[in-house]
Design a protein around this ligand. Structure first.
Ligand code: HEM
Length: 391
């Protein structure tokens, strides 16, 4: 998900009819716009799920909160990033399938139609990773490819009638392996020793064994996966460059300040999985099991990498500002309160904490928008299309 070396878009001509925007940029922009709308819809559904009374929408999205977040937001974003990095037109089919599947889900048509397209989208991403792995057979690509496979299995389980709580662990591991693989890519900077690589592979094996076991014994499988999650968090805390870059300044330090609490959340989430396994499939504990990882780990990573991810898929740059610590701290504190509320089963506290989780994400989106400016004209472009910065 996090492209360490952003794939800069090629020169822009007028293929789309929009001055200064290539057809590829127009497709990317449309996908990103769809992802943003899906994220807003998923947040709306999140508030309704956590107990806030909101006006009824014409489309039934409340029960779709999880699927919108995982496939509509992250599935689409991960596959878009891969398509951009590959620079192959065919690869754009994957995020487009995912967006279309998400649209069908909320369209009121039979759910099976949307679910089928999401399965096809995940299958497409797995195929993309097979293609990349044949060119570059490294452990990080393998981890990301296994992540895509987990997304495919999760979507498949959902399509074939399994309850969402059975698909959710697969969805979670999809995001975790994608992010961990990308971090591993970066850790090469530290010239990891064979021992640390072996440890990483063992931890991923535990995760996957647990996940597979969950198909036979849901409770036991989740507990074993929990061991893998906690160990992965510990591995990242020990071997990721963030441990060193936290001592730097500016953006580098900010990114590390996002990653390190994210890894701690992975350890916390893994410990909760070990403690509760598959005993809770709705309500407080279920909420803690999911969101300690999905908000604590995944969103901390997103906060940290947005300044790299967004310019890798759109022709804009983002300027780092110290105010970014605001949404980071807000997310960490409100999530701590939410998980504590889950553990003591306090609905009012959980409800307010959930609202602040959503606010943290909205503030993050607003600040990203304010910090964005169009990338300077490239040598191959005709000058004068972009008169002033501001996208
Ligand atoms: C931003 C604040 C968020 C809030 C307030 C929120 C709220 C909720 C609630 C209340 C539930 C149901 C738990 C229960 O049974 O009581 C839920 C389920 C779920 N959430 Fe979230 N969530 C948020 C963010 C996220 C994010 C960022 C993701 C994914 C990256 C996510 C993915 C899921 C999934 C997969 C489920 C399970 C769906 C199901 O069982 O139907 N959530 N969420």
């Amino acid at each position: 998900m996090i492209c360490i070396i952003p794939a800069r878009p090629r020169a822009c001509y007028h293929a789309s009819g929009v001055p200064g925007m290539s057809r590829q940029n127009a497709i990317r922009l449309s996908i990103v716009a769809a992802v943003i709308l899906t994220l807003l819809a998923a947040l709306w559904a999140a508030l309704a799920r956590i107990g806030w009374r909101l006006p009824q929408l014409p489309v039934p999205i409340v029960g779709l909160h999880g699927a919108l977040m995982i496939s509509g937001v992250f599935g689409a974003l991960v596959s878009l990033e891969r398509a951009v990095a590959l620079q192959k037109r065919a690869a754009y089919v994957v995020p487009l399938l995912t967006i279309l599947g998400t649209l069908l889900l909320v369209s009121g048509l039979p759910f099976e139609m949307g679910k089928t397209l999401l399965v096809l989208g995940a299958l497409g991403l797995a195929i993309v990773f097979v293609y990349i792995y044949r060119k570059r057979s490294t452990i990080d690509i393998l981890a990301m490819g296994l992540g895509a496979l987990a997304w495919l299995i999760g979507n498949g389980l959902w399509l074939f009638g399994q309850p969402i709580y059975h698909a959710a662990p697969w969805w979670i591991i999809f995001l975790i392996l994608t992010i961990a693989g990308e971090r591993l890519e970066l850790s090469r900077v530290l010239m990891l020793k064979p021992l640390s690589r072996t440890l990483f592979k063992s931890v991923v094996a535990v995760l996957l064994i647990g996940l597979t076991l969950s198909l036979i014994d849901f409770d036991l499988g989740l507990r074993v996966s929990g061991v893998g999650l906690a160990l992965l968090g510990a591995w990242l805390l020990r071997y990721d460059v963030a441990r060193h870059t936290i001592r730097k300044t500016g953006l580098t330090r900010y990114i590390a300040a996002c990653l390190l609490p994210g890894y701690v959340w992975l350890v916390i989430g893994g410990s909760l999985w070990i403690a509760f396994g598959g005993t809770s499939t709705a309500g407080f504990i279920y909420d803690a099991l999911l969101h300690s990882i999905l908000l604590g780990f995944v969103f901390s990573m997103i906060f940290g990498h947005a300044l790299i991810i967004i310019p890798s898929v759109l022709p804009i740059d983002l300027t780092y500002r110290p105010v970014f610590y605001f949404h980071l701290v807000l997310l960490q504190i409100s999530l701590l309160v939410r998980v504590a509320a889950d553990l003591i089963a306090s609905q009012p506290v959980r409800q307010w904490a959930g609202l602040f989780n959503v606010l943290a994400v909205l503030i993050f989106m607003g600040l990203m928008l304010r910090s964005a400016h169009r990338r300077p004209v490239m040598a191959t472009q005709k000058p004068g299309f972009f008169k002033k910065p501001g996208f």
